[in-house]
Ligand binder design. Structure first.
Ligand SMILES: [Zn+2]
Length: 230
């Protein structure tokens, strides 16, 4: 079962990817982790990526594609994989589809997780970080015991530049521009599911599993039994 999650920043994609991994027993491929591991282990691809990063350049698409496909077609993903962050471009999607087809596989489902911009902006701009110990809070979901002060060290909480409204608007715009071609690619193939990302994480997981035909019994057992671990 090969799954792809697409969604804007703040929609909870990483959380849902981890839950799908646990519910379905297939790995979650994060390109960030993959890249860091290649660099740390000094592989051929890692060395090539490190050279770009030392110059302050982005790691080229093709290099990321090679790393991702190597993993997706490898033994750890033989039963399938949850993808998130790859493919990011039409060229990467084409390479992925061709590679899967070469192994008798295809994307089982592409989930487009969505929420209204105002919900996403609220989530993205609500984060507050301790200026001293770096502990992270959220105005809606993880409030400090004393407003504006860190629970651990008592220092003042600040809004980081990454979490301002201006940055959040820009991130959403970039996402929309990047994602549209991918949605256009997968919409006609019948594998694309539009999933409402609002509400609590359990509800969103239920919607995803239901779209996979794994609703009701299986998923509620997972959610009831697994809630504490999530
Ligand atoms: Zn602190």
């Amino acid at each position: 079962m090969d799954l792809l999650l697409i969604g804007p920043p703040g929609v909870g994609k990483g959380t849902q990817a981890a839950r799908l991994r646990q519910a379905l027993g297939i790995p979650h491929l994060s390109t960030g982790d993959l890249l860091r591991r290649h660099v740390a282990e000094g592989t051929r691809l890692g060395a090539a990526a490190a050279a770009h990063m030392r110059r302050g350049d982005l790691v080229p698409d093709e290099l990321v594609t090679e790393m991702a496909l190597d993993r997706i077609l490898g033994p750890s993903c033989a039963a399938g994989v949850v993808l998130d962050g790859f493919p990011r471009t039409p060229a990467q999607a084409e390479a992925l589809d061709a590679a899967l087809a070469g192994h008798g596989r295809r994307l089982t489902a592409v989930f487009h997780l969505t929420a209204p911009d105002r919900t996403l902006l609220r989530r993205l701009t609500g984060r507050r970080t301790c200026g001293d110990c770096g502990d992270s809070y959220h105005l809606d979901t993880k409030r400090p015991r004393t407003p504006g002060l860190c629970d651990h060290c008592g220092h003042r909480l600040v809004q980081r530049a990454d979490d301002t409204a201006e940055t959040a608007h820009a991130r959403l715009a970039v996402h929309t521009r990047q994602t549209e071609p991918l949605l256009e690619r997968y919409r006609p193939t019948g594998v694309l599911h539009e999933i409402d990302g609002r509400g609590d994480a359990d509800d969103v997981t239920r919607r995803l599993l239901t779209a996979l035909g794994r609703g009701a019994a299986g998923s509620s057992a997972f959610l009831a039994g697994g809630a504490g671990r999530l």
